[in-house]
Design a protein around this ligand. Structure first.
Ligand code: AMP
Length: 175
């Protein structure tokens, strides 16, 4: 299997979770051992460049934990509100469907940590901008933002780069 074969396992579900949304369903890819392994390696990129992997709830957790285990890096969760038990920092953001917020434990990212931020899909960019803001506030050095799938038409990359022109945004596949 090649990386392209793995990526072809991502399927599109129309009108989920709301009418008009074309949902990128990565579960067939996750269920295939070879595909998961190929995609995990591709997402990791250069493991010598970072110390920790920040994953975004919920599908970002799946990819980020696989990457952290493979690359032998620490995993840091960014969670939906009210899930983390210790003191948190929080940022709210707009979504392709609805709005939400992300939280991190205030002591989860030590100042000077070299992190990469991982999610499954880049759509409008709001989620990743909130993640970048949290990482900045906690004093991390963001080496790269990486997603499995970038929905080009929703211009998330442009939105991120308008605010953070120096951040590297990488997608394994773009439509
Ligand atoms: P955004 O903040 O608009 O870039 O949205 C990205 C977040 O929403 C990611 O955490 C994705 O899991 C989820 N998401 C947004 N749009 C889609 C989509 N069409 N298919 C799958 N997930 C999506």
């Amino acid at each position: 299997m090649q990386l392209d074969d793995a990526l072809s396992l991502i399927r599109e579900i129309p009108d989920f979770p709301l009418p008009g949304i074309l949902f990128k369903d990565i579960t067939p890819l996750l269920g295939d051992a070879q595909a998961l392994s190929l995609v995990t390696n591709s997402l990791i990129g250069d493991p010598s460049a970072f110390t920790h992997i920040v994953g975004i709830e919920a599908r970002g957790f799946i990819l980020a934990s696989a990457m952290a285990a493979r690359a032998e890096k620490g995993f840091i969760p960014l969670r939906k509100p009210g899930k983390l038990p210790h003191a948190t920092i929080s940022k709210s953001y707009g979504l392709e469907y609805g709005s939400d917020a992300l939280e991190a434990h205030i002591d989860s990212i030590a100042p000077g940590c070299k992190i990469i931020i991982v999610d499954d899909v880049l759509a409008t960019g709001g989620t990743l901008i909130a993640a970048i803001e949290i990482a900045h506030d906690l004093g991390a050095e963001i080496v790269e933002v990486v997603v499995l799938f970038e929905i080009n038409a929703l211009q998330g990359r442009q939105r991120i780069l308008e605010k953070y022109p120096n951040i590297s945004v990488r997608a394994v596949v773009t439509d």
